[in-house]
Structures are given as C-alpha cells and as structure tokens.
Design a binder for this molecule. Structure first.
Ligand SMILES: [Zn+2]
Length: 401
C-alpha cells in the first residue's frame, strides 16, 4: 500500500532542502556529516540535498575541516555571490536604494532626499529611476537579481503587494507590486519597514539566535517589528506592530497625530519631537530648518538643550516600551532607524524610562540595544525579506543562470 503520493515526496524534499539551507545559513561552516547529525536526515539524503543547493549556487564549498578526530571533510557555507537583491527603503523624507548580496552586504547604494509633500507620481518615478540605476549596475556586473523589495513606512497587504496606509505620507492603497513588476519585470516584495528591519536582525544582526525580540524603527514615525516565538508576528490582517499609534498620553496634553488620533506615542518620541523640544528649549528662536543631525552635533558640542531634547524623547520612548515589555517579555529590544544616530544620548534615557515604568521582574530580563545597522536597518531589511523567502523555498531558484 502506498501511503505517500509523488506530490508528498516532492513537498518533503522541498522542506528538507529548506531545512539544510537554513542550517547552513545559521551555523556554517558545516560538513555534510555535521548537517546529517544536526538535521536528523540520513547521510545520502543530505548529500543529495547539498548537491542540489550547490547546483543552484546558493551554497559553496569553503575548505577542508582537518581538525577533530573524523576524516577531513569539505565544509559548506552560504554563497555570498548567489545573487543580489535590490532593496528600496521608502522613507518619509528620503528614498534609499541598495544592492545587497546573499549575506546582507551592500554592494552599491544611493540615498536621495524626498519631499513628503511631492506628488505620489513624482516620488514613485524618482524611485523607479534609482531602481533602473541599480539594474544597470547588476547587468554590468552580471549579477543574478533575486528580487526587488520595498520597506515602507506603513501597513501592507502582503498577498496583493499593496501599501495600505502610510500615515506620514498620507498615501493609501498603492499597488506597489503591480506598478514595479510591470515596469521592471522583477519579482517584487513589500514589507513594513520595522518588520523588514526585524528580519534583518534575525538573519544578519543582533538577534540571530533569539526567539523573542522587538525591533523599534524610530524616525519620522515609530514602528515595531514583533518577532515572537521564532517568527515575525503579523496579526490577523498583517498590520501588527503599529506601536507608534498607541495613545500614551491622556488629556489635556494630547498632540494630534497624522493617523488622525490624539496622543499617539510616536508624537512624543519621534524625530519631530526632538526638533520640537529643541526649539522650545532654545531661547534664541532661530529661523530656518533644524535637522536631527544638527541637534546631534549640538549635543556633541555639549549643548544642554540638545542633550535634554534627545533625552526627553528617549524617556517617552522608554514609557511606551515599558508597555511592550510587560505584554511580550522580549529578550531584546533593538532600536534602529534615523534616530539611532543620537543613540549615545537616547539609549540611557530609553533604558531609564523603560525600567521606571515596566514591571521590575520583567524589565530585568530585557536588554535594550541599538541596531548594528543604525539608520540602514530597514534598507537591509528589504533584502532580508527576500533572503528569508529563498531560505524557505530554495527549490524555486533556478539551477542555471
Ligand atoms: Zn498616530
């Protein structure tokens, strides 16, 4: 009697292929024998799966392991040159496009300022031009392009590839996947910026072996990537993690937010809150635009108003995080995005605010750190989303290219 159909066998093989590739990603360099022990698969199955991954150029042989007692064995690791990902971070006031390899190293990048008041058409055609530059670079170098991936400051519909709502851009229902797959012919991915950054931390950064952590994207807005029980937590509609739009302030001090609500957390700990505090603390009301970088430089020069402005935003950040700490008991909270340039002033006050307002027993279990990727966490995250997809379904990658 046959219990398994051919389709079942193909499915099991795809799952095993993914298991072996993920194991190599996490623990390389590994030999075939070590892979067999770690995955529980038999040696001949592992050898056949490894051949398939080598054939798709997703892994390569990296040298001989001559230490230990066993026979010397060829070691395997992820092939950084397997292919490249074009990542796009659609900030509110900037656009960044970067090309990264299969292990998350940037090979090429461009950042340009964007006008939040510009029309959607203008901004999207600005994005398209940068993507075309990246594609030209890839063609010139002969890179295989795995995909084009967007990290966006809002809620997304992963199935249809839509940007549903970006409060700080006031954009609604943009069919990002359709627009850019039509214009580039590439496979297009889209993800919320904080979720994307959480994936970057999971695959390449400070959270590689953590099951429960929260990434906080702090910039024009405040977004959260909830990584719980070993995976990105998306909620029913995929919108989970909109931490910045929870109200932390009761009347009569509620500031209005772009999302339409009052007293939202991000209004007290985002980029604008630092600039607003800086203006109100300074006696000479200088004209002209004030930037986060200027406040950071003033702080470096010992300007008390600048330091206090950053610290107040940090305390407000900590108050909000205290709620998340109590609810999720994360092992780590990683802060990234544009505000991380002020990290040395921000982090101690975040820590202080969190410890003051979270339950003490839970707070001691949570480490708060800055992202190693700083302002680039979401840009790298765009690439990480595609890498994760390939680790999950390596069988979809062509053998020849
Ligand atoms: Zn809001």
């Amino acid at each position: 009697m046959q219990y398994f159909s051919t389709a079942d066998h193909a499915f099991v093989r795809e799952m095993n292929l993914s298991t072996v590739l993920r194991m190599i990603h996490t623990e390389a360099p590994l030999s075939r024998a070590q892979l067999a022990v770690k995955t529980g698969l038999n040696k001949s199955t592992v050898s056949s799966l490894v051949e398939e991954l080598l054939d798709r150029k997703l892994i390569h042989e990296t040298g001989i392991n001559s230490t230990g007692t066993g026979r010397p064995a060829m070691l395997l690791e992820i092939n950084p040159q397997a292919g490249v990902i074009i990542g796009v971070e659609l900030g509110v006031d900037f656009i960044a496009v970067a090309l990264s390899d299969f292990i998350g190293k940037f090979l090429w990048r461009k950042n340009v300022p964007a006008d939040p008041a510009a029309s959607q058409e203008n901004t999207l055609s600005q994005v398209l031009e940068l993507i075309q530059d990246a594609v030209l670079f890839c063609n010139d170098k002969g890179y295989r392009i795995f995909g084009l991936s967007f990290a966006v400051p809002g809620t997304v519909d992963l199935n249809d590839g839509l940007l549903i709502f970006a409060p700080n851009l006031n954009w609604h229902n943009i069919p990002v996947r359709r627009i850019f797959s039509e214009r580039t012919g590439l496979k297009v991915f889209i993800e919320n910026d904080a979720n994307a950054a959480a994936m970057a931390e999971h695959l390449f950064g400070a959270a590689q072996n953590l099951k429960d952590f929260i990434f906080v994207f702090a910039g024009v807005g405040l977004g959260g990537g909830l990584f719980l029980n070993g995976q990105l937590y998306r909620g029913k509609g995929g919108y989970a993690g909109e931490i910045g739009h929870t109200s932390i302030m009761a009347e009569p001090f509620q500031l209005p937010c772009h999302c339409g609500n009052l007293g939202c957390w991000e209004r007290y700990s985002n980029q604008e809150s630092i600039l607003r505090r800086m203006r109100s603390h300074s006696e000479d009301t200088q004209d002209g635009p004030l930037s986060l970088l200027a406040v950071k430089q003033a702080a470096d020069n010992g300007d008390r108003n600048a330091i206090v402005s950053i610290e107040e935003a940090g305390t407000a950040m900590g108050i909000g995080l205290a709620g998340l700490v109590n609810i999720f008991n994360p092992e780590k909270i990683i802060i990234g995005g544009p505000l991380s340039i002020t990290g040395e002033y921000l982090l101690p006050s975040i820590q202080h605010g969190m410890e003051k307002y979270a339950m003490a027993e839970i707070a001691v279990q949570t480490e708060i750190t800055l992202s190693e990727f700083g302002p680039d966490a979401s840009l790298l995250g765009a690439a990480a989303i595609v890498v994760d997809e390939i680790l999950a379904s390596p069988a979809h990658i062509e053998r020849r290219w």
